[in-house]
Design a protein. Sequence first.
Length: 144
Amino acid sequence: MTLRGAFTETPLPAASHGPEGVRLEQLWYVVGFAFAGVSFVFLTIGAAWLVSHRNKGDVHKGLPYESGIDTYGDTHGRFGLSFYIYALLFVAFDIEVIFIYLWAIVFKDPTLNPAGLFISMVVFVLILLLGLAYAWRKGALTWR
């Protein structure tokens, strides 16, 4: 008996015979993951409800800071738009740094064309520099 013959003579489990068995098995995986996801959400909300303080009698529990220092003025103050723009620029360039790092990891793969990868990264960096120049020209990087 050859090695190939040994694998072809082995019977498959009953759940794998036919397309209906395979589809039913895959459906159970989907149902299981959906049940686990919904259970996780409700268990997390329930745990947060159990841990949270529900004592409304203490006046100091509702204050933003429990350190004993009272707040001055309105606690819902507005921030300038420049903070928001800087935050958006930081997030955008932070994600591009992650992309460049992952590109460097893929660049080491000997089966890929290094010239094509390098050209794609040059185009990507040029688009980044174009966006940075646009933000600079519009005055988004100047602090007001």
